[in-house]
Design a protein around this ligand. Structure first.
Ligand code: SAM
Length: 294
């Protein structure tokens, strides 16, 4: 694989500093990082999680409460695994859209989903969809990577209808002290070397533990989801807490705000159909089609 500089000042910014980069630099770094890892992303995901990521996605998608014929959005969809899981729930009459800003990840996703989801290029911080459109929006393993967590949650909440669901699946810090030390040993020492063996670069996978170290606590994410206008916000640990699922329901008109100052999402960003670019070879992002494969 050709060597790709992962930041404009490659070699000067230690990976451990990346989570603290200014927003534009972090977005550029993350986009380049996933461009570089795209060809081996799926394989590494399966190897590094011992295949557990499939069950985590199923558990997270259950929390979307999607029904046949529903509309689902997967933000930062990468190679489209969540979009495929959503398709299983909404069936052939439903509508599934995956959006990501990294073209190489999307290209692999487009091939993999094969028309079962529309795959669009776009930014999680400015989603190219109208308000109140989807029944549920998911994000998997990407909240650590975005330059602005609150804006991302605001955008996801904006795009789902009142009563619709927002679900986040993300790496977490295990709570048990003993298990946490063993896990960190694996995560910080072993995992970057697995990355090097399969992908050829150690740096790309050294970013993973660095991003988790700097990532918000469970409590902060719950708080930010409430601020985004979500209620019934819950967090659930999976696999001894190495992963957490966060879910919430978009507040319906007339339902009381849970947090002071919350509820600023719906209606604040209108007509954002601009800004989303269709990925090469992507399926048409039209209205639900009865003939779409399930
Ligand atoms: C670890 S991958 C996760 C991919 C996929 N969600 C999954 O579960 O396998 C993180 C993804 O987030 C995407 N991403 C990060 N920041 C983004 C942003 N601001 N807008 C859109 N995509 C973003 C990256 O391009 C990458 O594909």
């Amino acid at each position: 694989m050709p060597s790709l500089p992962l930041s404009d000042n490659a070699g000067q910014t230690p990976v451990s500093e990346v989570p603290r980069l200014p927003p534009a630099d972090k977005a550029r770094y993350v986009n380049r990082l996933f461009s570089a890892v795209a060809p081996t992303y799926d394989l590494l995901n399966t190897v590094m999680s011992f295949g557990l990521h499939k069950g985590w996605r199923r558990a997270a998608t259950d929390l979307c409460r999607l029904k046949p014929g529903g509309r689902a959005l997967d933000v930062a969809t990468g190679t489209g695994d969540f979009a495929l899981e959503q398709r299983r729930r909404v069936g052939p009459s439903g509508w599934v859209v995956g959006v990501d800003f990294c073209e190489p990840m999307l290209r692999i996703g487009v091939r993999k989903v094969g028309g079962r989801a529309a795959m669009l290029q776009g930014d999680a911080l400015a989603l190219p969809f109208p308000d109140d459109f989807f029944d549920a929006a998911t994000m998997g393993f990407a909240l650590r990577n975005v330059a602005d967590i609150q804006k991302t949650l605001d955008e996801m909440a904006r795009c789902v209808r009142p009563g619709g669901r927002v679900v986040q699946l993300e790496l977490a810090k295990p709570r048990g002290l003993l298990f946490r030390s063993v896990y960190y040993l694996y995560f910080q020492r072993v995992l970057p070397w697995i990355g090097k063996v399969i992908h050829g670069r150690r740096e790309s996978y050294a970013y993973l533990p660095a991003s988790l170290k700097e990532f918000a606590s469970r409590e902060e994410i719950v708080e930010r989801m409430r601020r985004a206008g979500l209620e019934e916000v819950e967090t659930r640990d999976l696999t001894l807490g190495i992963v957490a699922v966060y879910s919430g329901t978009k507040r319906r008109a007339g339902s009381a705000a849970v947090e002071p100052g919350a509820g600023t999402v719906a209606g604040t960003v209108a007509g954002t159909a601009q800004g989303g670019k269709r990925a090469t070879g992507a399926a048409a992002a039209g209205p639900p089609s009865d003939g779409e494969p399930g």
